[in-house]
Design a protein around this ligand. Sequence first.
Ligand code: SME
Length: 156
Amino acid sequence: MNSNSRNKEQKYQRLLVQLEELFQKVDNPLSRMATICAVLHHKNPHFFWTGFYLISDDNELEVACYQGPLACMRLKKDTGVCWSGINSTQAVIVDDVHSFPGHIACNPLSKSEIVIPLRNGQKIVGVLDIDSDKLAAFDTTDAEMLTKIVNLVYEQ
Ligand code: SME
């Protein structure tokens, strides 16, 4: 692991500890999601949009809490990067959104993206989606650490 990755991991580790402490006070998933968005977005200036989409009763993705500019309200089933994260049941990293077939562009400034499935127990109920205005902003360290953070939403 190079020093950039180590620094990145240590930074995420500090955010993880901060969130774990905050979540001792409240176990409401929505409060936790909102807090994750605020912490991640404001501690990472290259995060252009940071938010959650949740699977609706009619099986589309509906936007939930987020930080950043106005985003698409609904994402049609099996289209775009977010649905790809749900269907593959794992993190999806896109270095250049313009070369991802079916990418849904909510904002033209977005250049790269990461999606992390959100699980309530075994069931995937939505995703954390982060867009960057830089190309190739995300790597496996982001995927690994963001998964730990997202797993706090439904942790008892
Ligand atoms: N780009 C996403 C849509 C959500 S926005 O990035 C906020 C997608 O392709 O699913």
